[in-house]
Design a protein. Structure first.
Length: 274
């Protein structure tokens, strides 16, 4: 029986790979990669000729069984495009299936965008939570951000550059002046770390359109600050436009603003009638 090796690969700078990772990639009989083109460049750089096969979100169901059969007789390495496999990619599906079959699974530690962004952020690192990619759809994204209103731990998330402005606008509206860090293109030539409130970062990126891979770090909740009536009315309007009902709006905004739920409910009813 073979072993499944979870191999961490560089998140940008090709020098950020361990000697053990390189040895493992040379010694296994097959490497399962999220994108064979990306991993192929890494292997070519280090003159590694181990065969590659694809394993990604769109073929994970059919490929899992194929890779498990491979592991019945020989070793396999699993890599993602960058960083640790199994974080916000289908790697966990193969890991879970291998563990259920009694196939040995081990990890070759390497770089992680999550940990790298956390330690460079300057925000508390003793407790944190990683929520993966934020939802693409506005309503779902705002719902998730709203749920962070009472989260006291530092929060990390991935975001696409073309959605960063909208996400910062949501954070600014829903989490007030919470500290935010945008870690962009970490370990690469144009690495950029921007710190500030969501409003300050919106001003920055208005003149510097974001590009590249982005990890967001959001400070945990402190004491809730009382919202102004204008803020409450604006947010109620936004949520009514999104199709939320007065009861749901009141429940959520009462937690955010410290205003009585009944008062917010009545405000939503009044606005909905206009």
């Amino acid at each position: 029986m073979g072993t499944l090796y979870l191999v961490g690969t560089p998140i940008g700078n090709l020098e950020d790979i361990t000697m053990r990772a390189l040895r493992t990639l040379r010694e296994v009989s097959l490497i399962a990669a999220e994108d064979t083109r990306v991993t192929g460049r890494l292997l070519a750089h280090y003159k590694i000729d181990t065969p590659l096969t694809s394993f990604h979100e769109h073929n994970k169901k059919e490929k899992t069984e194929e890779l498990l059969r491979h592991l019945e007789t020989t070793h396999l390495a699993l890599v993602s495009d960058a960083g640790m496999p199994g974080l916000s990619d289908p790697g966990f599906v193969l890991v879970r299936a291998a563990a259920e079959r009694g196939i040995p699974v081990t990890v070759i530690p390497g770089p992680s965008a999550v940990i790298s962004a956390l330690v460079v952020s300057g925000l508390p690192t003793n407790e944190y939570v990683f929520i993966g990619f934020l939802p693409r759809r506005k309503i779902a994204r705002r719902k998730m951000i709203t749920e962070l209103a009472t989260e006291k731990r530092t929060v990390l998330a991935f975001e696409a550059p073309h959605r960063l402005i909208e996400t910062l606008e949501d954070i600014n509206q829903l989490l007030n002046d919470r500290p935010v860090v945008v870690a962009r293109e970490m370990t690469k030539l144009f690495e950029d770390i921007q710190r500030g409130s969501a409003a300050e970062l919106l001003d920055h990126f208005a003149f510097n359109p974001p590009k590249g891979e982005i990890t967001l770090v959001i400070g945990g909740a402190g004491d809730n600050k009382e919202w102004t009536k204008e803020q409450i009315l604006d947010e109620i309007n936004n949520r009514l436009s999104d199709g939320q009902g007065p009861s749901s709006i009141a429940k959520t905004l009462a937690k955010l603003s410290n205003l009585p739920r009944r008062e917010i409910y009545q405000m939503a009813i009044n606005l909905g009638e206009k």
